[in-house]
Design a protein around this ligand. Structure first.
Ligand code: SF4
Length: 690
């Protein structure tokens, strides 16, 4: 019995990219309950079952509270002091670099970390390891957003506030399921739909939004997995060939040569809805009607998720979305825009903080001498102009024998990255893996050092949500291990010979703001004063933050168009693998489930299931609830079948919340051409009775 709360602390949910504000009501150092913060601008007093109820993992018995080391991964773990663990890790990393060179080590950070923590990890990699081999878990979710929006608009960020949906007349949801993955924003969207906004859903699966109480999508483009680019290009074809381009907007706001080239490209007969219908499975008449509805607006907004990015053509699709929005004049005012719905709480922030191997904080390329010299002066080190290794390249280099050491913070790559067998083989080939996490996760099975991480309740810092809103994370209780995540990174850096002596995350934010133009003007004092701020928020933009991006001109100047040539996925069905598997999430669980599985939320959904269309099930003699084998070219697993007419024939679906089923055992190495974001959404499989 926890009793009545005595005091409360305002903080931010650590689950999805909505970034809801919460009041942690406390008795001493114990959380009694989490109450949605009515003044939180992202959620306005609302919450979902994850933020509201799934926080007990923070004090779960499985929490690691003592650092551990072992000589080899077959040895038993040995509990040691913090200094001993840090010394063990630093000594190994130094020895590896002495033997194999500076670039034989690297690090992976996470969207679960605060901005300040991500910034410090990438700083450690660049300044203490002297390499750019740093990457983030956004590699496997929204890296195509970074590329695509950067190319077309000039910066990688949602263009609107969540509130802006209230002024949308047409809402197009592509490859996202906000009801389950972004519930509070999903409710806001549904409210607008019930008020009469029109809805276009582009998704292979009949998600809840397509038909829920008082909501019916005008158009559900139930495409074949892997054909996004064909659909968006065909929509553009309709806009261009039916005279629906907003010519005045394009003439004023966009780059003319690239627009003309794009106009000519999409108008070709081979890009028509009719030509693509056999590929996409979307009736041409339906697609034409959807394109006309989008172009007519007057305010049409696009919201998209990982069903856009996690494809071999993820970056092309993001570009296609931006092309369409620009051509129809749907960027730069309320009720319109292009809005990536970020899966994790701090995807936006972790990308902003320079955690990609080719970018310093603020999306500035590592080869830019002026930018590099700014950081070199501030950090007192030389920074290599060469981009480092991305996560998949680290795995390849490990298997080739040139990558030997990894510092992995807050990311369970064994469960979350595709082709588990390949990841496990790569990790097994390394000589020193340091995992910093709150639990002994799947990746820790391959680790030599385990540094106890902290939950969001134990830390101070900031998260940046999907609408660029920077909110404070405030410490509710002390770190269970006695050392916070940023402190552990600073200790490791110091032991590696690059001292870091910060006293508080606020000091780290001051450094970030001084070195990162998009974060200029961000201070804890300002966040406290306004409750939260959307970047940019400096004197030359808007001190209190910027709700709308690209209002008078795009960040890059003129918006730029790119041709989006559809290329079929390598994952093709055949007689051996006749079905296409796609993956996603469910409301009560979150990503690899490390947190939610250790809370009462598990009672609502305690296993991953394979959703399969009744015809496909019948053909295989599969009944609802049967255990079935799912095999792909990468591997095989066993799941319980859920017969569902939400699926179209030939397409199956599963979540990836449970290590026991390990959905990523069957996903393949196929990835986005520009960013290596894995093609989680398209895997050819066979499903059989077991
Ligand atoms: Fe947390 Fe997202 Fe739910 Fe809000 S909608 S409570 S941020 S999981």
């Amino acid at each position: 019995e926890l009793g009545q709360p005595e005091h409360s602390v305002i903080t931010t949910c650590a689950y999805c990219g909505v970034g809801c504000g919460f009041k942690a009501e406390m008795k001493g150092n114990t959380v009694v309950r989490m109450v949605p913060w009515k003044d939180g601008k992202a959620n306005e007093g609302h919450s979902c079952v994850k933020g509201r109820f799934a926080w007990g993992y923070a004090t779960h018995k499985d929490r690691i509270t003592q650092p551990m080391v072992r000589e080899t991964i077959t040895d038993a773990w040995r509990e040691v002091s913090w200094p001993e663990a840090i010394d063990f890790a630093a000594t190994r990393f130094k020895a590896i670099q002495a033997r194999h060179g500076q670039d034989s080590v690297g690090g992976i950070t996470s969207s679960r970390c605060t901005n300040e923590e991500v910034y410090l990890v990438q700083k450690l990699i660049r300044a203490a390891f002297h390499t750019n081999n740093v990457d983030t878990c956004a590699r496997v979710c929204h890296s195509p957003t970074g590329y695509g929006m950067g190319q077309t608009f000039g910066t990688s960020a949602g263009t609107q506030t969540f509130k802006s949906v209230e002024e949308a007349d047409v809402i197009m949801v592509i490859g996202a399921n906000p009801t389950d993955a972004h519930p509070v924003f999903g409710s806001r969207m549904k409210k607008r739909l019930r008020e009469g906004a029109k809805l276009i859903v582009v998704d292979p699966r009949r998600i809840d939004l397509v038909s829920s109480p008082h909501i019916r999508a005008q158009h559900h483009l139930a495409l074949q997995p892997g054909t996004n680019v064909a659909v968006i290009t065909a929509m553009a074809h309709v806009v261009v060939t039916e005279g629906l381009v907003n010519e005045a907007y394009v003439a004023e706001r966009c780059d003319t040569p690239s627009f003309n080239a794009w106009r000519e490209f999409v108008a070709r007969p081979e890009n028509s809805p009719e030509a693509f219908e056999p590929v996409t499975g979307v009736p041409a008449s339906e697609l034409r009607a959807a394109a006309r509805l989008f172009a007519a607006g007057p305010n049409s907004a696009i919201y998209y998720g990982l069903g856009v990015t996690e494809h071999a053509q993820g970056s092309t699709m993001v570009i296609g979305i931006c092309n369409l929005a620009m051509a129809c004049g749907m960027v730069g005012r309320e009720g319109v825009g292009v809005n990536p719905l970020r899966g994790q709480n701090n995807v936006q922030g972790s990308c902003d903080m320079g955690s990609f191997p080719h970018e310093l904080p603020g999306y500035r390329h590592i080869s830019d001498t002026t930018v590099r010299s700014t950081f070199e002066a501030a950090w007192g080190v030389e920074i290599s102009p060469e981009p480092g290794l991305r996560i998949p390249n680290m795995f390849e280099a490990a298997l080739a024998g040139s990558f030997k050491g990894l510092y992995c913070v807050g990311e369970d790559i064994v469960q979350s990255d595709p082709n588990t067998q390949h990841v496990a083989a790569a990790l097994s080939a390394m000589e020193c893996i340091v995992v910093q996490d709150i639990f002994l996760n799947e990746t820790a099975k391959y680790a030599h050092v385990l540094l106890p991480g902290s939950s969001f309740l134990e830390k101070d810092g900031t998260f940046t949500n999907a609408e660029r809103r920077i909110s404070r994370v405030r410490q509710v209780m002390p770190p269970l291990s006695g050392v916070g995540d940023w402190e552990a990174t600073a200790m490791l850096s110091t032991a590696l010979g690059y001292p870091m002596h910060y006293t508080h995350p606020e000091e780290i934010m001051r450094e970030i703001a001084a070195l990162t133009p998009s974060f200029a003007g961000v201070t804890y004092e300002k966040i406290d004063r306004f409750g939260s701020v959307q970047w940019p928020c400096n004197e030359t933009t808007a001190e209190a933050g910027t709700s709308l991006m690209h209002v008078e001109k795009f960040v890059r100047g003129k918006g730029r168009f790119f041709n989006t040539q559809y290329v079929p996925s390598d994952e093709k069905v055949n007689s051996r693998y006749p079905l296409l598997l796609t993956t996603g999430r469910i409301l009560s669980q979150y990503n690899v489930g490390a947190q939610t599985r250790r809370t009462p939320n598990n009672q609502w959904h305690d296993e991953d299931r394979l959703e399969i269309h009744p015809h496909d099930a019948e053909e295989r003699g599969i009944a609802d609830g049967d255990w079935v084998g799912v095999a792909s070219r990468a591997g095989q697993t066993v799941l319980r079948a859920q017969i569902s007419d939400r699926m179209q024939p030939g397409v199956v679906y599963t979540t990836f919340h449970f290590p026991e089923s390990g959905a990523n055992v069957i996903t393949t190495d196929s990835s986005d051409w520009a960013t290596n974001c894995p093609e989680y959404k398209v895997t050819a499989v066979q499903v059989t009775q077991v």
